[in-house]
Design a protein around this ligand. Structure first.
Ligand code: C5P
Length: 236
């Protein structure tokens, strides 16, 4: 399992995205494309980025009836994304269907991970709005364990939860962790943050980093710093 830094490309459109990417003349970073960019530009954006040599995490967080998710996943698999995701709250049956839809006739498939509870959901809102009465951290671990049962590869979580997720689901179960900031950097609106180095120590497999790279005065230098703090000399 190779660790990597995934850049969250939270841009409004293609022009901004390419102005950013054109600064990378030597590396082909792993990119996260979210709903905004995908809905604005359509699947062509994924084809173009793949043709440029990037790996793509398509962050669409599917949550629907199993049959619909299965069919949608089959479309994403044909798009040749490298990683995609669903909400674990869609149930084990939905996650199993997602995996089935994603798996190609030759048995290969993109990495499939799940969102447990969104970090924007507080324990209070979860209990009052959703009537889920257990403590938030117990719910997160239960959803992670359901994700493992369904056969998915891992979950999105805080680096601070990565160790516990590995305890519950095993070391091979992937943790993809946003909320990463440089020790001397701006936190922005993130609250529970760690540095790339700390994320590595805590067992993250992939860190998702947006603004510390995209808004940096020198994005390429910021990306290289992330790689070197998170992976050290491991990435060729
Ligand atoms: O700019 P920043 O590094 O905060 O970007 C983090 C990325 O990870 C954003 O695309 C954000 O939507 C995403 N994310 C997150 N927290 C989660 C799940 C996803 O910050 N729990």
């Amino acid at each position: 399992m190779s660790k990597d830094v995934i850049i969250a490309c939270d841009f409004n459109g293609k022009n901004e995205l390419y102005a950013f990417l054109d600064q990378f003349t030597e590396e082909k970073p792993f990119l996260k494309i979210g709903m905004e960019l995908f809905y604005a530009e359509g699947p062509e954006i994924v084809r173009e980025l793949k043709a440029r040599g990037h790996k793509i995490f398509l962050d669409l967080k599917l949550h629907d009836i199993p049959n619909t998710v299965k069919k949608a996943m089959s479309v994403l698999s044909n798009l040749d994304v490298d990683m995609c995701n669903v909400h674990a709250g869609g149930t084990i049956a939905m996650m199993e269907a997602a995996l089935e839809g994603l798996t190609r006739p030759d048995g290969t498939r993109p990495i499939l991970i799940a969102v447990t509870q969104l970090t924007s959901t507080s324990e209070e809102r979860m209990q009052q709005d959703l009537w889920i009465e257990k403590p938030l951290d117990a719910v997160v671990m239960h959803y992670a364990s359901n994700t493992k049962k369904a056969g998915l590869d891992g979950v999105v979580c805080s680096p601070l939860e990565a160790g516990k997720v590995k305890e519950v689901c095993g070391n091979a179960f992937l943790t993809i962790t946003p909320g990463v900031r440089f020790a001397d950097g701006d936190k922005g609106d993130q609250v529970r943050i760690t540095t790339p180095e700390k994320a590595r120590e805590l067992g993250s497999d992939y860190i998702v980093v947006g603004r510390p790279i995209t808004q940096a005065a020198d994005p390429v230098a910021a990306y290289r710093r992330c790689i070197s703090e998170f992976i050290g000399g491991e990435k060729a």
